[in-house]
Design a protein around this ligand. Sequence first.
Ligand SMILES: [Fe+2]
Ligand SMILES: [Fe+2]
Length: 102
Amino acid sequence: MVGSSAGLHEDAGRLSGEVLDLHRALTSLQEELEAVDWYQQRAQGASNSQLKDVLMHNMAEEMEHACMLLEWIRRHSPVFAQQMEHYLFTQGAITGKELPPP
Ligand SMILES: [Fe+2]
Ligand SMILES: [Fe+2]
């Protein structure tokens, strides 16, 4: 399987364009989050301060990419949008805010 088809659990012919695009976005988000984790670990492990700075710069850019994808997902998935609106940028106990299932 190539690129965006990797990780599909159903035949692509049975999936709508919307579901395939959401799959592309979610897969890309996973990759960006992995990159954040990798850069952060490498920066912490690096002994050279300039390399550490470059790796931390790269980590911040991966966070930017992840947030761009989250915003695309929010605009294309009403359930994600509802959950984000409810949980993000709030204060206090996160679990205390649990919504009933949609
Ligand atoms: Fe950069
Ligand atoms: Fe990235």
